[in-house]
Design a protein around this ligand. Sequence first.
Ligand code: ADP
Ligand code: MG
Length: 539
Amino acid sequence: MPEVNEESEVRQENLGGFAALGLSTRVLKAIQEMGFEEPSPIQERTIPSAMQGRDVIGRAQTGTGKTAAFGIPIVERLDRTIGVQALVITPTRELALQVSEEIARIGKFRGVKTLPVYGGQPYERQIRALRMGVPIVIGTPGRLLDHLGRGTLNLSRIRTLVLDEADEMLDMGFIEDIEKIFASAPQERQTMLFSATFPPEIERLSRRYLRDPVRIAIAPEQVTVPQTEQAFYEVRGHDRIEALSRVLDMETVERGIIFCRTKKEVDELSEALRARGYMAAGIHGDLTQRERERVLGRFRQGEVELLVATDVAARGLDIEHVSHVINYEIPQDAEAYVHRIGRTGRAGRSGVAITLIEPKEFRQLRDLERGIGQRIQRRELPSLEDLWDKRRERVKAELRAVLRSGRSLAQLRELVRELLEDEAEIDSLDVAAAALQLHVNGAEAVPVEEDFGDTGAEPGMVRLFINVGRAQGIVPADVVRAVANLSGIAGNVIGVIDIYDRFTFVEVPKAEATRVMHALQSGQIKGRSVNVEPARRRS
Ligand code: ADP
Ligand code: MG
């Protein structure tokens, strides 16, 4: 590892809590890059003991940052000997991948490699990586045992062994496998066990395999919940921003704070929202005091409608009349949740707190409900029709306001009269509807008489050209998802999809083609804006 002086690049002042834990500059820099601002309670209490090599039993709810609680000490304690030095056992392959990625990020500036091993992946690749001497292996019990049996995994140099999600592991019947793995590791080692709950078997396991462990339990705080309307929407990972914008439109958010977990997410989300036409701005710990004040000033004055923030940045902010608090990511615990939602509905106004969750976060949601002693009501993501209904009401209200304002419409009435005289076959209703079309969708969305010509599609279909392809990582599922979600047409009416290096063709029913084209143009595929045109028939 080359020695470089990175001191100057780390803005220690933003990592006060982590710096106080005695971490190396390289790890601090990595944490900064990951966007963590303060250690979570389990991290704050686990890291010092774990860095000394103590055994640890850590109990904290899901989503409280247990991975970094053991990942940081593992990275810090690595020495330069060859061979596997740390082994983390996780119940599922998804978790093995997640933990592996997170530890690799923590170890990025120390050049630390991690290897996830799980069933279903070819052995050869794992064996090659193991031979090259990765220092940190993260795996599921079955596959780890296979490697031990084949002699392709050698635990003789293991210094740290971690059992992650111990309760899940027991529920899944892995106890015997785990004990076998424990038995093949050297006696002289550090063992850490993390779990959200502590059934008696875990107590037994820890008595048997841990030595004088430090016990750390982060109990969910008893919290008082403000009188705020609370709801959650379930979203699927890929469509988070799309889901958020539907929620924003449906809920008529006037002044909202959107909470993210990391600084990076704050930057990405505020950028994405601005690209979709929302007045959004982000704040987090990397902004100077002055920059923060500026953003807050614009938010108070209504120039910014959506403030995207990390918990730390929002701490102690005095902002009145926030109509909505939105948890773009489910908060770490009930205390953080209550803190966040306490920002709505001040000064006698009622507020709404909304949480977006993925299916795999249901357990966290239940924990949260238990923590606050309340149920959070489920709401369905609005469909495009719902959004249209909503918009309709808004447009009607706007029109009524103009009509009742007593403002003179004489000049515009004159314009309508001229139109009616010029065009024999239209009446005033047509003119009014056309004017609304312009108002609602803008001139661009006016449907022209579409004749797509021969696009080379099946009869009844139109072949569309999209300027992204394999080079941008596009696969058929991305196209189906984008077309279906953005335009609202059913996935099963989408026809042939041909993906080339730099572009893609997709066939859609003729009747829907205009709508699909406009929807794709104003939306994104896999996070990219795209250009869409009717295809030209190949000669
Ligand atoms: P657990 O294992 O307790 O369920 P994770 O370790 O998976 O929780 O962490 C949940 C999420 O919180 C991850 O996305 C992780 O990157 C993030 N996270 C962890 N620690 C922090 C922190 N100190 N600040 C901000 N985000 C964090
Ligand atoms: Mg975990």
